[in-house]
Design a binder for this molecule. Structure first.
Ligand code: GAP
Length: 518
Protein backbone atom coordinates (compact mmCIF):
# COMPACT_ATOMS: atom_id res chain seq x y z
CA UNK A 1 0.00 0.00 0.00
CA UNK A 2 2.03 2.89 -1.30
CA UNK A 3 0.48 5.59 0.86
CA UNK A 4 1.00 4.02 4.31
CA UNK A 5 4.46 5.49 4.90
CA UNK A 6 3.52 9.09 4.06
CA UNK A 7 0.34 9.22 6.13
CA UNK A 8 0.24 11.58 9.13
CA UNK A 9 0.18 9.61 12.38
CA UNK A 10 -1.41 11.16 15.46
CA UNK A 11 -0.50 8.63 18.15
CA UNK A 12 2.70 6.79 18.96
CA UNK A 13 2.30 3.37 20.64
CA UNK A 14 3.31 4.73 24.05
CA UNK A 15 0.45 7.29 23.84
CA UNK A 16 -2.17 4.65 23.13
CA UNK A 17 -4.67 3.97 25.91
CA UNK A 18 -4.68 0.20 26.49
CA UNK A 19 -8.27 0.33 27.76
CA UNK A 20 -9.33 1.70 24.39
CA UNK A 21 -7.55 -1.16 22.64
CA UNK A 22 -9.26 -3.66 24.95
CA UNK A 23 -12.65 -2.13 24.28
CA UNK A 24 -12.08 -2.00 20.51
CA UNK A 25 -10.94 -5.65 20.60
CA UNK A 26 -14.14 -6.68 22.34
CA UNK A 27 -16.49 -4.41 20.35
CA UNK A 28 -15.17 -5.41 16.94
CA UNK A 29 -14.49 -9.06 17.68
CA UNK A 30 -10.71 -9.25 17.89
CA UNK A 31 -10.17 -10.58 21.43
CA UNK A 32 -12.55 -11.82 24.14
CA UNK A 33 -11.79 -13.06 27.62
CA UNK A 34 -12.01 -16.85 27.84
CA UNK A 35 -15.21 -18.23 29.41
CA UNK A 36 -16.60 -14.72 29.84
CA UNK A 37 -20.16 -15.97 30.44
CA UNK A 38 -18.86 -17.66 33.61
CA UNK A 39 -17.04 -14.61 34.86
CA UNK A 40 -13.93 -15.21 32.76
CA UNK A 41 -10.74 -17.21 33.19
CA UNK A 42 -7.89 -14.98 34.26
CA UNK A 43 -5.24 -14.31 31.60
CA UNK A 44 -6.67 -16.72 29.07
CA UNK A 45 -8.02 -15.23 25.84
CA UNK A 46 -10.13 -16.13 22.83
CA UNK A 47 -9.71 -14.59 19.40
CA UNK A 48 -12.94 -13.50 17.71
CA UNK A 49 -13.79 -13.42 13.98
CA UNK A 50 -11.39 -10.56 13.19
CA UNK A 51 -8.80 -11.60 15.76
CA UNK A 52 -8.36 -15.06 14.32
CA UNK A 53 -7.77 -13.56 10.85
CA UNK A 54 -5.20 -11.12 12.24
CA UNK A 55 -3.41 -13.76 14.29
CA UNK A 56 -3.37 -16.21 11.36
CA UNK A 57 -1.95 -13.46 9.16
CA UNK A 58 0.85 -12.86 11.70
CA UNK A 59 1.68 -16.58 11.77
CA UNK A 60 1.46 -16.84 7.98
CA UNK A 61 3.83 -13.89 7.52
CA UNK A 62 6.28 -15.50 9.97
CA UNK A 63 6.11 -18.90 8.27
CA UNK A 64 6.62 -17.37 4.84
CA UNK A 65 9.68 -15.37 5.95
CA UNK A 66 11.22 -18.06 8.16
CA UNK A 67 10.48 -21.25 6.18
CA UNK A 68 9.02 -20.81 2.72
CA UNK A 69 11.23 -18.02 1.45
CA UNK A 70 14.43 -19.80 2.58
CA UNK A 71 16.16 -23.03 1.63
CA UNK A 72 17.95 -23.56 4.95
CA UNK A 73 14.90 -23.89 7.24
CA UNK A 74 12.28 -26.65 7.44
CA UNK A 75 9.08 -26.76 9.48
CA UNK A 76 7.77 -29.00 12.24
CA UNK A 77 4.54 -29.45 14.17
CA UNK A 78 5.38 -31.37 17.34
CA UNK A 79 2.74 -32.48 19.86
CA UNK A 80 2.01 -30.33 22.89
CA UNK A 81 2.29 -33.34 25.21
CA UNK A 82 5.76 -34.82 25.46
CA UNK A 83 7.59 -37.45 27.50
CA UNK A 84 8.18 -35.99 31.00
CA UNK A 85 11.87 -36.79 30.68
CA UNK A 86 12.09 -33.98 28.10
CA UNK A 87 11.34 -31.41 30.80
CA UNK A 88 13.78 -32.96 33.28
CA UNK A 89 16.56 -32.89 30.68
CA UNK A 90 15.76 -29.33 29.55
CA UNK A 91 15.99 -28.06 33.13
CA UNK A 92 12.35 -26.97 33.30
CA UNK A 93 11.27 -29.33 36.11
CA UNK A 94 14.09 -28.14 38.34
CA UNK A 95 14.42 -24.55 37.24
CA UNK A 96 11.44 -23.10 35.39
CA UNK A 97 10.12 -21.34 38.44
CA UNK A 98 9.33 -17.87 39.73
CA UNK A 99 9.64 -16.71 43.36
CA UNK A 100 6.13 -16.47 44.76
CA UNK A 101 4.78 -14.52 47.73
CA UNK A 102 1.26 -15.08 49.13
CA UNK A 103 -0.87 -12.73 51.20
CA UNK A 104 -2.16 -14.77 54.16
CA UNK A 105 -5.14 -12.43 54.52
CA UNK A 106 -6.56 -11.91 51.00
CA UNK A 107 -4.86 -14.98 49.42
CA UNK A 108 -3.56 -12.93 46.48
CA UNK A 109 -0.28 -14.07 44.93
CA UNK A 110 2.61 -11.96 43.74
CA UNK A 111 5.92 -12.57 42.02
CA UNK A 112 8.59 -11.61 44.54
CA UNK A 113 10.74 -10.30 41.72
CA UNK A 114 7.86 -8.00 40.66
CA UNK A 115 6.91 -6.76 44.12
CA UNK A 116 8.48 -3.52 45.27
CA UNK A 117 8.31 -1.42 48.39
CA UNK A 118 9.31 2.13 49.20
CA UNK A 119 9.53 4.11 52.44
CA UNK A 120 7.58 7.34 52.50
CA UNK A 121 9.76 9.71 54.45
CA UNK A 122 8.15 11.75 57.15
CA UNK A 123 5.01 9.66 57.48
CA UNK A 124 4.89 7.30 60.48
CA UNK A 125 2.53 4.47 61.35
CA UNK A 126 0.95 4.19 64.84
CA UNK A 127 4.11 2.59 66.23
CA UNK A 128 6.22 5.41 64.87
CA UNK A 129 7.72 3.39 62.02
CA UNK A 130 8.04 4.95 58.56
CA UNK A 131 5.12 4.09 56.31
CA UNK A 132 5.75 1.72 53.39
CA UNK A 133 3.85 1.64 50.16
CA UNK A 134 4.05 -1.28 47.77
CA UNK A 135 3.50 -1.79 44.11
CA UNK A 136 3.98 -4.33 41.37
CA UNK A 137 6.01 -4.04 38.21
CA UNK A 138 8.74 -5.77 36.27
CA UNK A 139 11.03 -2.76 36.48
CA UNK A 140 11.69 -0.13 39.19
CA UNK A 141 10.23 2.52 36.84
CA UNK A 142 6.96 0.60 36.45
CA UNK A 143 6.78 -0.02 40.19
CA UNK A 144 7.46 3.63 40.98
CA UNK A 145 4.73 4.73 38.58
CA UNK A 146 2.27 2.43 40.30
CA UNK A 147 3.30 3.48 43.81
CA UNK A 148 3.43 7.22 43.26
CA UNK A 149 -0.32 8.02 43.57
CA UNK A 150 -0.63 6.01 46.82
CA UNK A 151 2.49 7.59 48.26
CA UNK A 152 1.27 11.07 47.31
CA UNK A 153 -2.01 10.44 49.07
CA UNK A 154 -0.24 9.39 52.26
CA UNK A 155 2.05 12.38 52.19
CA UNK A 156 -0.77 14.71 51.16
CA UNK A 157 1.91 16.51 49.19
CA UNK A 158 3.71 16.20 45.93
CA UNK A 159 6.38 13.59 45.76
CA UNK A 160 9.49 14.28 43.78
CA UNK A 161 11.06 10.87 43.73
CA UNK A 162 10.25 7.38 44.83
CA UNK A 163 12.92 4.71 45.10
CA UNK A 164 11.55 1.18 44.99
CA UNK A 165 13.31 -1.73 46.72
CA UNK A 166 12.57 -5.34 45.80
CA UNK A 167 10.50 -6.84 48.62
CA UNK A 168 12.44 -10.08 48.64
CA UNK A 169 15.65 -8.12 49.21
CA UNK A 170 14.16 -5.97 51.98
CA UNK A 171 15.35 -6.87 55.48
CA UNK A 172 12.14 -5.88 57.34
CA UNK A 173 9.67 -7.52 55.00
CA UNK A 174 7.26 -7.95 57.95
CA UNK A 175 6.16 -4.34 57.68
CA UNK A 176 5.38 -4.41 53.94
CA UNK A 177 1.66 -4.06 53.29
CA UNK A 178 -0.04 -6.35 50.79
CA UNK A 179 -0.54 -4.30 47.61
CA UNK A 180 -4.00 -5.85 47.15
CA UNK A 181 -5.63 -5.64 50.61
CA UNK A 182 -3.21 -3.45 52.55
CA UNK A 183 -2.78 -5.93 55.45
CA UNK A 184 0.60 -5.43 57.10
CA UNK A 185 2.92 -8.36 57.82
CA UNK A 186 0.68 -10.76 55.90
CA UNK A 187 3.12 -11.62 53.10
CA UNK A 188 4.77 -15.05 53.22
CA UNK A 189 8.43 -15.83 52.59
CA UNK A 190 9.12 -16.19 48.85
CA UNK A 191 8.95 -19.79 47.64
CA UNK A 192 9.77 -21.12 44.20
CA UNK A 193 6.71 -21.89 42.10
CA UNK A 194 7.08 -23.99 38.94
CA UNK A 195 5.25 -22.44 35.99
CA UNK A 196 4.48 -25.67 34.16
CA UNK A 197 0.90 -26.97 34.14
CA UNK A 198 0.73 -30.64 35.11
CA UNK A 199 -1.74 -33.24 34.00
CA UNK A 200 -1.95 -37.05 33.92
CA UNK A 201 -1.42 -39.41 31.02
CA UNK A 202 -3.82 -42.38 31.12
CA UNK A 203 -6.44 -43.32 33.70
CA UNK A 204 -4.32 -43.47 36.85
CA UNK A 205 -3.67 -40.13 38.50
CA UNK A 206 -0.44 -40.86 40.35
CA UNK A 207 3.09 -39.47 40.26
CA UNK A 208 4.23 -41.91 37.56
CA UNK A 209 1.52 -40.60 35.19
CA UNK A 210 2.41 -36.91 35.54
CA UNK A 211 3.09 -35.10 32.28
CA UNK A 212 3.39 -31.39 31.49
CA UNK A 213 1.76 -28.95 29.11
CA UNK A 214 4.75 -27.63 27.15
CA UNK A 215 5.93 -24.20 28.35
CA UNK A 216 7.80 -23.61 25.07
CA UNK A 217 7.69 -25.17 21.61
CA UNK A 218 11.48 -25.35 21.38
CA UNK A 219 11.90 -28.72 23.09
CA UNK A 220 9.74 -30.43 20.44
CA UNK A 221 12.36 -29.29 17.95
CA UNK A 222 15.35 -30.53 19.95
CA UNK A 223 13.67 -33.89 20.58
CA UNK A 224 13.15 -34.26 16.81
CA UNK A 225 16.60 -33.02 15.80
CA UNK A 226 17.77 -36.44 14.60
CA UNK A 227 14.46 -37.28 12.86
CA UNK A 228 14.55 -34.07 10.86
CA UNK A 229 18.25 -34.37 10.11
CA UNK A 230 17.99 -37.91 8.74
CA UNK A 231 14.73 -37.38 6.86
CA UNK A 232 15.53 -34.03 5.25
CA UNK A 233 19.33 -34.33 4.85
CA UNK A 234 19.91 -30.70 5.86
CA UNK A 235 23.49 -29.40 6.01
CA UNK A 236 24.82 -26.95 8.61
CA UNK A 237 23.81 -24.21 9.08
CA UNK A 238 20.12 -25.09 9.04
CA UNK A 239 17.01 -24.40 11.05
CA UNK A 240 13.82 -26.05 12.23
CA UNK A 241 10.82 -23.76 12.71
CA UNK A 242 7.60 -24.29 14.58
CA UNK A 243 4.56 -22.33 15.70
CA UNK A 244 2.22 -23.60 18.37
CA UNK A 245 0.61 -23.31 21.76
CA UNK A 246 2.58 -23.04 24.99
CA UNK A 247 1.31 -22.89 28.57
CA UNK A 248 2.68 -21.16 31.64
CA UNK A 249 0.96 -20.79 34.98
CA UNK A 250 2.09 -17.16 35.22
CA UNK A 251 1.78 -15.48 38.61
CA UNK A 252 1.79 -11.88 37.44
CA UNK A 253 -0.49 -11.33 34.50
CA UNK A 254 -2.26 -8.40 32.91
CA UNK A 255 -1.82 -5.92 30.06
CA UNK A 256 -4.38 -7.77 27.95
CA UNK A 257 -2.74 -10.73 26.12
CA UNK A 258 0.84 -9.64 26.89
CA UNK A 259 1.37 -12.25 29.60
CA UNK A 260 -1.15 -15.03 29.12
CA UNK A 261 -1.35 -18.46 30.65
CA UNK A 262 -2.08 -20.07 27.29
CA UNK A 263 -0.35 -18.47 24.33
CA UNK A 264 1.33 -19.22 21.04
CA UNK A 265 4.98 -19.10 20.15
CA UNK A 266 6.78 -18.91 16.82
CA UNK A 267 10.25 -20.36 17.32
CA UNK A 268 13.20 -21.11 15.12
CA UNK A 269 16.10 -23.27 16.29
CA UNK A 270 18.95 -22.51 13.90
CA UNK A 271 21.86 -24.97 14.16
CA UNK A 272 25.35 -23.66 13.40
CA UNK A 273 29.00 -24.58 13.87
CA UNK A 274 29.96 -23.56 17.43
CA UNK A 275 32.57 -21.08 16.30
CA UNK A 276 29.95 -19.31 14.14
CA UNK A 277 27.42 -18.79 16.92
CA UNK A 278 28.04 -15.11 17.52
CA UNK A 279 27.94 -14.25 13.81
CA UNK A 280 24.60 -15.99 13.31
CA UNK A 281 23.18 -14.37 16.43
CA UNK A 282 23.90 -10.97 14.87
CA UNK A 283 22.40 -12.13 11.58
CA UNK A 284 19.13 -13.20 13.22
CA UNK A 285 18.88 -9.97 15.23
CA UNK A 286 18.81 -8.04 11.98
CA UNK A 287 16.45 -10.46 10.25
CA UNK A 288 13.91 -10.40 13.04
CA UNK A 289 13.99 -6.64 13.50
CA UNK A 290 13.52 -6.31 9.73
CA UNK A 291 10.50 -8.64 9.82
CA UNK A 292 8.62 -6.43 12.28
CA UNK A 293 9.49 -3.29 10.32
CA UNK A 294 8.42 -4.84 7.01
CA UNK A 295 5.03 -5.56 8.53
CA UNK A 296 4.55 -1.94 9.44
CA UNK A 297 5.92 -1.38 12.97
CA UNK A 298 7.54 2.03 13.12
CA UNK A 299 11.34 2.00 13.67
CA UNK A 300 10.92 4.19 16.79
CA UNK A 301 8.62 1.56 18.31
CA UNK A 302 11.34 -1.09 18.41
CA UNK A 303 14.70 -1.54 20.08
CA UNK A 304 17.16 -4.36 20.70
CA UNK A 305 18.36 -4.87 24.26
CA UNK A 306 21.18 -7.21 25.24
CA UNK A 307 20.64 -9.20 28.44
CA UNK A 308 22.85 -8.52 31.43
CA UNK A 309 24.88 -11.57 32.55
CA UNK A 310 22.62 -12.08 35.62
CA UNK A 311 19.53 -11.96 33.43
CA UNK A 312 20.55 -14.80 31.11
CA UNK A 313 18.46 -17.98 31.24
CA UNK A 314 20.27 -21.09 32.46
CA UNK A 315 20.82 -22.30 28.88
CA UNK A 316 21.86 -19.04 27.23
CA UNK A 317 25.38 -17.89 26.34
CA UNK A 318 24.09 -14.57 25.03
CA UNK A 319 20.63 -13.13 24.46
CA UNK A 320 18.91 -10.05 23.11
CA UNK A 321 15.30 -8.99 23.44
CA UNK A 322 13.45 -7.29 20.63
CA UNK A 323 11.47 -4.77 22.66
CA UNK A 324 8.39 -2.77 21.71
CA UNK A 325 7.32 0.48 23.31
CA UNK A 326 4.03 -0.70 24.81
CA UNK A 327 1.77 1.89 26.52
CA UNK A 328 3.22 0.79 29.90
CA UNK A 329 6.86 0.99 28.74
CA UNK A 330 9.43 -1.01 26.79
CA UNK A 331 8.77 -4.73 27.01
CA UNK A 332 9.88 -7.95 25.34
CA UNK A 333 8.36 -8.93 22.04
CA UNK A 334 10.82 -11.65 21.15
CA UNK A 335 13.98 -13.19 22.63
CA UNK A 336 16.93 -14.07 20.40
CA UNK A 337 19.42 -16.29 22.21
CA UNK A 338 22.59 -18.23 21.59
CA UNK A 339 21.70 -21.43 23.47
CA UNK A 340 25.08 -23.03 22.75
CA UNK A 341 24.96 -26.83 22.71
CA UNK A 342 23.05 -27.01 25.99
CA UNK A 343 19.85 -28.62 24.70
CA UNK A 344 21.30 -31.24 22.35
CA UNK A 345 23.89 -32.22 24.95
CA UNK A 346 21.28 -32.52 27.70
CA UNK A 347 18.89 -34.60 25.57
CA UNK A 348 21.71 -36.82 24.32
CA UNK A 349 22.80 -37.47 27.91
CA UNK A 350 19.28 -38.06 29.16
CA UNK A 351 18.02 -40.24 26.27
CA UNK A 352 21.25 -42.10 25.54
CA UNK A 353 20.85 -41.21 21.83
CA UNK A 354 23.56 -39.50 19.84
CA UNK A 355 22.37 -36.04 18.86
CA UNK A 356 25.06 -34.69 16.61
CA UNK A 357 25.70 -33.63 13.06
CA UNK A 358 28.10 -35.68 10.98
CA UNK A 359 30.30 -33.52 8.83
CA UNK A 360 32.14 -35.58 6.20
CA UNK A 361 34.28 -32.63 5.15
CA UNK A 362 36.08 -31.93 8.42
CA UNK A 363 38.09 -33.82 11.00
CA UNK A 364 41.43 -35.56 10.80
CA UNK A 365 41.87 -38.29 8.21
CA UNK A 366 39.16 -39.26 5.71
CA UNK A 367 36.39 -40.08 8.14
CA UNK A 368 34.86 -36.70 8.95
CA UNK A 369 33.63 -35.81 12.43
CA UNK A 370 30.57 -35.47 14.62
CA UNK A 371 29.73 -31.94 15.73
CA UNK A 372 27.23 -30.92 18.39
CA UNK A 373 26.01 -27.68 16.81
CA UNK A 374 25.26 -24.51 18.69
CA UNK A 375 21.75 -23.21 18.34
CA UNK A 376 20.59 -19.65 17.70
CA UNK A 377 16.98 -19.22 18.73
CA UNK A 378 14.71 -16.37 17.65
CA UNK A 379 11.69 -17.03 19.86
CA UNK A 380 8.66 -14.80 19.40
CA UNK A 381 5.17 -14.73 20.83
CA UNK A 382 2.28 -14.74 18.37
CA UNK A 383 -0.04 -13.02 20.85
CA UNK A 384 2.52 -10.39 21.80
CA UNK A 385 3.31 -9.64 18.17
CA UNK A 386 -0.42 -9.41 17.40
CA UNK A 387 -0.93 -7.04 20.34
CA UNK A 388 2.03 -4.90 19.26
CA UNK A 389 0.75 -4.70 15.67
CA UNK A 390 -2.67 -3.64 17.01
CA UNK A 391 -1.24 -0.97 19.31
CA UNK A 392 1.18 0.37 16.71
CA UNK A 393 -1.60 0.54 14.11
CA UNK A 394 -4.10 2.29 16.40
CA UNK A 395 -4.64 5.94 15.58
CA UNK A 396 -7.18 8.64 16.39
CA UNK A 397 -7.60 11.42 13.88
CA UNK A 398 -8.92 14.69 15.30
CA UNK A 399 -12.56 15.26 14.33
CA UNK A 400 -13.10 17.13 11.06
CA UNK A 401 -14.29 20.75 11.48
CA UNK A 402 -17.89 20.94 12.71
CA UNK A 403 -17.94 17.39 14.07
CA UNK A 404 -17.07 15.91 17.42
CA UNK A 405 -16.17 12.30 16.78
CA UNK A 406 -12.50 11.42 16.28
CA UNK A 407 -11.84 8.95 13.48
CA UNK A 408 -10.40 5.75 14.93
CA UNK A 409 -8.23 3.93 12.40
CA UNK A 410 -6.26 0.73 12.60
CA UNK A 411 -3.46 1.38 10.14
CA UNK A 412 -2.58 -2.29 9.81
CA UNK A 413 -0.28 -3.45 7.04
CA UNK A 414 -2.38 -5.00 4.24
CA UNK A 415 -0.72 -8.38 4.78
CA UNK A 416 -2.01 -8.34 8.38
CA UNK A 417 -5.40 -6.66 7.92
CA UNK A 418 -8.13 -9.18 8.81
CA UNK A 419 -10.32 -7.99 5.93
CA UNK A 420 -8.60 -6.74 2.78
CA UNK A 421 -11.57 -5.18 1.00
CA UNK A 422 -15.13 -4.25 1.99
CA UNK A 423 -17.79 -3.88 -0.68
CA UNK A 424 -20.44 -1.32 0.23
CA UNK A 425 -23.51 -0.57 -1.88
CA UNK A 426 -24.68 3.01 -1.37
CA UNK A 427 -28.26 1.93 -0.89
CA UNK A 428 -30.17 -1.27 -0.15
CA UNK A 429 -32.09 -1.00 -3.42
CA UNK A 430 -32.10 -4.31 -5.23
CA UNK A 431 -30.09 -3.61 -8.39
CA UNK A 432 -27.28 -2.04 -6.33
CA UNK A 433 -27.25 -4.82 -3.78
CA UNK A 434 -27.12 -7.46 -6.51
CA UNK A 435 -24.27 -5.72 -8.28
CA UNK A 436 -22.34 -5.26 -5.02
CA UNK A 437 -22.83 -8.88 -4.00
CA UNK A 438 -21.58 -10.02 -7.40
CA UNK A 439 -18.48 -7.84 -7.03
CA UNK A 440 -17.77 -9.19 -3.54
CA UNK A 441 -18.14 -12.77 -4.82
CA UNK A 442 -15.75 -12.08 -7.68
CA UNK A 443 -13.17 -10.54 -5.34
CA UNK A 444 -13.33 -13.61 -3.12
CA UNK A 445 -12.48 -15.92 -6.03
CA UNK A 446 -8.89 -17.18 -6.10
CA UNK A 447 -8.39 -15.52 -9.49
CA UNK A 448 -8.88 -12.03 -7.93
CA UNK A 449 -6.47 -12.16 -5.00
CA UNK A 450 -5.19 -15.27 -3.35
CA UNK A 451 -7.33 -15.86 -0.28
CA UNK A 452 -8.46 -12.29 0.39
CA UNK A 453 -11.03 -11.94 3.11
CA UNK A 454 -13.69 -9.71 1.52
CA UNK A 455 -16.54 -8.18 3.54
CA UNK A 456 -19.93 -7.10 2.28
CA UNK A 457 -21.90 -4.55 4.28
CA UNK A 458 -25.12 -2.74 3.41
CA UNK A 459 -26.32 -1.79 6.91
CA UNK A 460 -26.45 1.86 8.10
CA UNK A 461 -25.17 5.04 6.46
CA UNK A 462 -22.11 4.94 4.23
CA UNK A 463 -20.24 7.20 6.69
CA UNK A 464 -20.81 4.76 9.55
CA UNK A 465 -19.79 1.85 7.39
CA UNK A 466 -16.51 3.56 6.46
CA UNK A 467 -15.90 4.20 10.18
CA UNK A 468 -16.53 0.57 10.99
CA UNK A 469 -14.08 -0.62 8.34
CA UNK A 470 -11.48 1.98 9.45
CA UNK A 471 -11.74 0.73 13.02
CA UNK A 472 -11.09 -2.84 11.98
CA UNK A 473 -8.22 -1.93 9.69
CA UNK A 474 -9.72 -2.71 6.25
CA UNK A 475 -7.31 -1.05 3.78
CA UNK A 476 -9.86 -0.48 0.98
CA UNK A 477 -13.59 -0.02 0.60
CA UNK A 478 -15.32 -0.41 -2.74
CA UNK A 479 -18.45 1.71 -3.03
CA UNK A 480 -21.15 0.78 -5.51
CA UNK A 481 -23.49 3.70 -6.34
CA UNK A 482 -26.36 4.33 -8.74
CA UNK A 483 -24.01 5.53 -11.45
CA UNK A 484 -22.22 2.16 -11.21
CA UNK A 485 -25.31 0.56 -12.77
CA UNK A 486 -24.83 2.82 -15.79
CA UNK A 487 -21.07 3.14 -16.24
CA UNK A 488 -19.99 -0.20 -14.71
CA UNK A 489 -17.45 1.60 -12.53
CA UNK A 490 -17.03 1.77 -8.73
CA UNK A 491 -15.17 3.93 -6.22
CA UNK A 492 -12.13 2.65 -4.30
CA UNK A 493 -11.76 4.49 -0.98
CA UNK A 494 -8.43 4.30 0.83
CA UNK A 495 -8.45 3.81 4.61
CA UNK A 496 -5.47 5.97 5.61
CA UNK A 497 -5.91 9.02 3.39
CA UNK A 498 -9.65 8.60 2.69
CA UNK A 499 -8.82 9.43 -0.93
CA UNK A 500 -11.20 8.09 -3.56
CA UNK A 501 -10.68 6.96 -7.12
CA UNK A 502 -13.14 5.61 -9.67
CA UNK A 503 -12.22 2.42 -11.58
CA UNK A 504 -14.07 0.22 -14.08
CA UNK A 505 -15.38 -2.97 -12.46
CA UNK A 506 -13.47 -4.96 -15.07
CA UNK A 507 -10.20 -3.52 -13.70
CA UNK A 508 -11.13 -3.60 -10.00
CA UNK A 509 -9.31 -6.77 -8.94
CA UNK A 510 -6.09 -5.67 -10.65
CA UNK A 511 -6.35 -2.17 -9.14
CA UNK A 512 -6.79 -3.62 -5.64
CA UNK A 513 -3.98 -6.13 -6.13
CA UNK A 514 -1.63 -3.32 -7.07
CA UNK A 515 -2.69 -1.15 -4.12
CA UNK A 516 -2.59 -3.94 -1.56
CA UNK A 517 0.78 -5.12 -2.85
CA UNK A 518 -0.10 -8.72 -1.98
N1 GAP B 1 12.26 -21.04 23.87
C1 GAP B 1 12.63 -19.82 24.50
C2 GAP B 1 11.53 -19.17 25.19
O1 GAP B 1 10.45 -19.72 25.33
P1 GAP B 1 10.84 -16.94 26.38
O2 GAP B 1 11.54 -15.62 26.39
O3 GAP B 1 10.44 -17.52 27.67
O4 GAP B 1 11.82 -17.90 25.59
C3 GAP B 1 9.71 -16.44 24.09
O5 GAP B 1 9.58 -16.82 25.44
C4 GAP B 1 8.57 -15.52 23.68
O6 GAP B 1 7.32 -16.13 23.96
C5 GAP B 1 8.54 -14.20 24.44
O7 GAP B 1 9.40 -13.25 23.84
C6 GAP B 1 7.09 -13.81 24.30
O8 GAP B 1 6.86 -13.17 23.05
C7 GAP B 1 6.38 -15.14 24.30
N2 GAP B 1 5.86 -15.41 25.66
C8 GAP B 1 6.51 -15.95 26.70
N3 GAP B 1 5.69 -16.04 27.77
C9 GAP B 1 4.50 -15.54 27.39
C10 GAP B 1 3.25 -15.35 28.04
N4 GAP B 1 3.05 -15.74 29.31
N5 GAP B 1 2.23 -14.78 27.34
C11 GAP B 1 2.42 -14.40 26.05
N6 GAP B 1 3.57 -14.56 25.39
C12 GAP B 1 4.61 -15.12 26.03
Amino acid sequence: MATTQSVTRYLSPSQVDLDKIASLCKRRGFIFQSSEIYGGLNSVWDYGPLGVELKNNVKRAWWRAMVQERDDVVGLDAAILMHPQVWHASGHVAGFADPLIDCKVCKQRFRADHLWAAFVNGVKDKDGAPVLVTGEGSTPEEAAAEMAPRAKKLLKASLTEIKPVLVKDLADRDRVPCPACGAVGSLTEPRMFNLMFKTFLGPVEDESAVIYMRPETAQGIFANFDNVLTSSRMRLPFGIAQTGKAFRNEITTGHLTFRSREFEQMELEYFVRPEEGERWLQYWLEQRRGWYLKLGLRPDSLRLRQHEKEELAHYAKDCYDVEFTFPWGWAELEGIANRGDFDLTQHARSSGKKLAYFDPSTGSGEKGEHIVPYVIEPSGGVDRATLAFLIDAYDEEPPPAGTEEARVVLRLHPALAPVKVAVLPLSRKEPLVNMARDIARELRAPSAGSGWAVAYDDAQSIGRRYRRQDEQGTPYCVTVDFQSLEDKAVTIRERDTMSQVRVPVAELAAALRERLGL
